[in-house]
Design a protein around this ligand. Structure first.
Ligand code: FAD
Length: 394
């Protein structure tokens, strides 16, 4: 005989656990299924192990979606303040590392413990290492075939996330289910991901691996003022991760290496006021020394005194520093991407209950949907908010 539950949530990640505990407190009999051996694996590895669990500035403008209004309702109803209140009730210490970005003070582990404790208090059962082999409509509800037997559910919530980091258990399960029930899935792309570079630039970046500096990067519609980091394969750091959400193959990044400095103005003045100072000395006072040195070598101006710069050279150096055109070869892809851009199309999904139009027994939440946040805690806030909205409406 099939086991029966009011709600079965597939995916014991951020959105799934939040939905499960909320539905449990609403008095529903809830089961969470996951094929992984541990709940909340991405939470544990997030934010460099300290989980940037929300952003106080969360608003729809920080999300990408073909349907930009879809996220508004859930984000309004469950705010960063609500999650902070939950975190504080569990005595989890946190810090604001950058404006609005809240991280755990020590480790992400207490966030997962908190969610599992709340699931337990709410009576929601979490079953790991379980494979789902099929999902079919059965009367008003759904029938699942799993490696732990058949299960009948009043409603099934798909919270299986996106495609990033397959080694952590990411699959396209949510997209397959969406297609099975006639929903569209947008093109998907790895985002919040480092860039790789081609041979010459790759070698240059590798020689600077570990060096970082604060830049402004522009690509497509995106413009971010954040640190960038050179790596063995290319460029990373918050500026580049953010830029990756706007980048398409073939595009160049326009990077301002000295966003606070009027390079042309300074060089024009210093040509007369400090003519003997070398370009490399000047730049070494404004950028990390290793980067300044390497940059002057790339430009062939290491030994050049400022007084010897022609107007043309000043203009060229200004362009190279303020509008450096860097063309990535690609990105590091799903292996290291933090999120998936795109996902299950939201047009036929209620932004209040997350139920599929005409099929209230099937719901999609979290990153599986075509809603993707910028870097900085927005993706978790979406997971919490969509999970709560769906859980409350069961
Ligand atoms: P997930 O958390 O991915 O959960 C999906 C669950 O479904 C997983 O447990 C998975 O095992 C399970 N699953 C998948 N397929 C199946 C299947 N076929 N059968 C059964 N179960 C399945 N966001 C932030 O806001 N702040 C951060 O600091 C941050 N840092 C990040 C760092 C890294 C390295 C990564 C990869 C992501 C980071 N993110 C961060 C993004 C954030 O982790 C995700 O947006 C968020 O976890 C999405 O929640 P979700 O519940 O929708 O999906």
């Amino acid at each position: 005989m099939a086991q029966t539950y009011d709600v079965v949530v597939i995916g014991a990640g951020a959105a799934g656990l939040m939905c499960a505990l909320t539905a449990g407190y609403e008095g529903r009999r809830v089961l969470v299924l996951d094929h992984a051996n541990k709940a909340g694996k991405k939470i544990l590895m997030s934010g460099g192990g300290r989980c940037n669990f929300t952003n106080l500035a969360t608003g729809p403008e920080h999300f990408f979606s073909a349907n930009p209004h879809f996220c508004i309702s859930a984000l309004k109803r469950y705010t960063p303040g609500h999650f902070v209140e939950l975190v504080e009730r569990h005595g989890i210490e946190h810090v604001e590392k950058a404006p609005g970005q809240l991280f755990c003070a020590d480790s992400a582990k207490p966030i997962v413990s908190m969610l599992l404790t709340e699931c337990e208090w709410a009576g929601a059962e979490v079953r790991l290492k379980t494979r789902i082999t099929s999902l079919e409509r059965r009367g008003e509800g759904m029938r699942l075939e799993t490696s732990s037997g058949a299960i009948d559910a009043g409603a099934v919530v798909i919270a299986t996330g996106g495609l990033s980091i397959p080694t952590m258990g990411a699959t396209g399960f949510g997209y397959d289910i969406a297609r099975q029930f006639g929903l569209g899935v947008t093109d998907t792309r790895a985002a919040l991901v480092p860039f790789t570079l081609t041979s010459q630039w790759r070698e240059r970046a590798a020689s600077l691996a570990g060096v970082s500096c604060s830049v402004t990067v522009e690509v497509g519609e995106g413009r971010y003022r954040e640190p960038m980091l050179f790596t063995h394969r290319g460029v990373s750091g918050p500026a580049m991760l953010q830029a990756s959400s706007h980048w398409q193959p073939g595009m160049a990044l326009s990077i301002d290496l000295l966003p606070d400095i009027d390079v042309a103005g300074e060089l024009a003045t210093l040509r007369h006021e400090a003519p003997k100072r070398h370009v490399s000395t000047w730049l070494g006072e404004r950028l990390p020394k290793r980067l300044a040195q390497a940059w002057c070598e790339w430009q062939g101006v290491t030994e050049k005194p400022l007084g010897a710069l022609s107007k043309r050279e000043v203009s060229r150096l200004d362009g190279e520093l303020k509008r450096w055109q860097l063309k990535p070869a690609g990105t590091e892809g799903w292996r290291t991407a933090e999120v998936t851009l795109g996902g299950v199309e939201t047009q036929a999904i209620s932004s209040k209950t997350f139920a599929v139009e005409g099929l209230p027994a099937l719901r999609f939440i979290g990153e599986a949907l075509d809603v993707t946040g910028q870097l900085g805690g927005f993706n978790f806030q979406w997971a919490w908010a969509s999970g709560v909205a769906c859980g409350q409406s069961m």
